[in-house]
Design a protein around this ligand. Structure first.
Ligand code: AHR
Length: 317
């Protein structure tokens, strides 16, 4: 193991025989389908593989790390050329990543990071998750312009890198603004249904008029929360400002309708850069950077959200 891992780490004494995309078999361990964004990532990944003639073996883990580990072991046993993993949580990957390294199968992480030695994977294609949270916090600080604001936060899946980093980033973004206070923070597991349930509990606990803003770690939870806010007799986007992350079509629609205020875009196309990097690496050993960073863009009511909704709505979200 040590020899092979060192091989991967030194990126890479490994000199693969030239492999062409059309000959590649790649395993993809996807988290599940908790959000519209996740559905789009799955669609785009399958399209990117098909476009390149890659045989993509897809495994849906139904939100469970144990299912991801099983899928990865099965990919290793099948002798795939490479493995894509969207890791549901950040910890607990070392052993299975070592097994992939032992088998000399390069691994690329998609959209989330892991707490494992960097030598255990080829590269990670992700946004700057802390930055996304920071942009959300800074947007709210500027929007409130010194006025007092009691904020509730809907966190993503507990233990996942976006939940950890988007929380930290938001706290950085509002740091030094004593008028802004996070009064409640709980996981909504990145789903619409839980976003609604947890927002209902926030409204009940705080009293409907005592929440000034919602920060949700993804748009799906924000869309669920919008429903809860309406059912409580309040106007989302006005009585409660809402900022979230992903820029899914429904968020653009909600902003166009005045029911949400801002979202930060996360591209669902992680597979394009990942497969580009893998194809180069497998063809001639060219090692990519350890982090391939995707762009993050803030959208507010100043943008033409209806037009963006129409552009995005058929893209697999
Ligand atoms: O890891 C990316 C996050 O996972 C997206 O923001 C969220 O919608 C998804 O479930």
């Amino acid at each position: 193991m040590t020899f092979k891992r060192t091989l991967l780490a030194s990126v890479f004494a490994f000199a693969p025989a030239a492999v062409f995309a059309a000959d590649l078999t790649i395993g993809f361990s996807q988290i599940g389908s908790e959000s519209g964004w996740r559905a789009a990532e799955t669609t785009v990944t399958k399209q990117e593989a098909e476009k390149r003639g890659i045989d993509l073996k897809f495994a849906d883990a139904q939100q469970k790390q144990e299912n991801q580990i099983k899928a990865i072991r099965s990919f290793i046993a099948q002798g795939v050329d490479a493995i894509l993993i969207a890791p549901v949580v950040a910890t607990g990957w070392d052993e299975v990543l070592e097994e992939a390294a032992d088998a000399e199968i390069p691994v690329v992480l998609l959209d989330r990071t892991v707490d494992a030695d960097k030598s255990l994977y080829l590269t990670a294609v992700t946004s700057d998750l802390v930055h996304e949270g920071k942009v959300a916090g800074e947007w709210l600080a500027s929007e409130m312009n010194g006025a007092d604001c009691r904020i509730v936060e809907l966190q993503g899946t507990t233990g996942s890198s976006p939940a950890i980093d988007r929380k930290a980033g938001f706290e950085q973004g509002i740091a030094g603004h004593d008028n802004l206070q996070i009064v409640r923070s709980q996981t909504g597991d990145f789903t619409r249904a839980q976003g609604k349930v947890v927002m209902e509990s926030f409204l009940k606990a705080e009293g409907a008029g005592n929440i000034c803003a919602l920060y949700a770690h993804n748009d799906d939870m924000a869309v669920g929360a919008i429903q809860a806010i309406k059912e409580a007799g309040l106007k989302p986007g006005e009585d409660i400002k809402i900022v979230a992350i992903d820029a899914v079509p429904d968020a653009h629609k909600a902003i166009a309708d005045g029911e949400m205020n801002a979202t930060i875009e996360l591209t669902p196309n992680m597979a394009g850069p990942a497969l580009d990097a893998l194809e180069k690496f497998l063809a001639d050993g060219t090692a990519p950077e350890k982090w391939i960073q995707t762009e993050s863009k803030l959208f507010t009511s100043a943008d033409d959200n209806l037009a963006i909704f129409n552009e995005k709505k058929d893209l697999g979200y």
